[in-house]
Write a protein of this length. Structure first.
Length: 235
């Protein structure tokens, strides 16, 4: 009886081991691609503050979401983002924008003390996803602010990029729409940063007013002596 139980225990152990291996198989991890950006940049380039950058809530996770044909989103079981997608987007924007502007004087908000930006980029990304049968789509809104907080430029953006359907090609397409967004931002920042500061028109000086004439009080009759038969005074 013991000889029968021993092979049975080995069989059960092998089955459980195979099930465990199948359950804990490594899942491929992906990151956005920054493309061929150069790390060389001028230290005295344009000073830009990037942020605050707002990312849609559904993108702040490691799960890679797939847009289905009916518009719904499902988490991919065979792929994940390597860390936080929102943090990856921040770093991609900073690195790519620095390369396109050829400047090392870029910082993520909040700015460190002593850093005075010439242009501030406010960015809100409301959508970045794709699906097996849906293109990669990025929807965003950005505003550029000057030194005094004035709005220099603003735009609503929707970018699309087709792909072949595989997860790897979807990540490539999503990376491309992010690169296209950075390209638009770089052009707008360069145009705004090169603008001469607007000098407020001085108000016209008013002609000096003539000094008001002093109002003379009522004249008081002065006594004048008159020589007649007797000395009298006339008022």
């Amino acid at each position: 009886m013991t000889g029968v139980r021993f092979p049975l225990v080995l069989l059960l152990t092998g089955v459980l081991g195979l099930a465990g291996c199948a359950r804990y198989q490594p899942v491929p991890l992906y990151q956005l691609d920054s493309g061929s950006v150069s790390v060389e940049a001028e230290k005295d380039g344009l000073a830009v503050l990037l942020g605050p950058v707002s990312i849609a809530d559904y993108l702040q996770r490691e799960a890679m979401l797939q847009r289905q044909a009916d518009g719904s989103l499902t988490a991919a079981s065979d792929a994940r983002w390597a860390g936080s997608l929102a943090a990856d987007i921040d770093q991609q924007l900073l690195r790519q924008l620095s390369a396109r502007l050829n400047s090392q004087r870029l910082a993520l908000a909040p700015a460190t003390p002593g850093f005075t930006p010439q242009v501030q980029v406010l960015l809100s990304i409301t959508r970045l996803d794709s699906g097996p049968q849906r293109p990669a789509v990025l929807e965003a809104q950005w505003r550029l602010l000057g030194k005094e907080g004035q709005v220099l430029d603003a735009r609503l953006v929707r970018l699309e990029e087709p792909h072949q359907g595989t997860i790897a090609d979807q990540v490539r397409a999503q990376s491309l729409v992010v690169q296209q967004l950075v390209g638009q931002l770089a052009e707008a920042v360069q145009a705004s940063g090169s603008q001469a500061p607007v000098v407020a028109e001085e108000p016209r000086k008013k002609a000096p007013e003539a000094p008001a004439q002093k109002q003379e009080g009522p004249k008081i009759p002065v006594a004048e002596p008159i020589r007649i038969d007797a000395e009298v005074f006339r008022f």
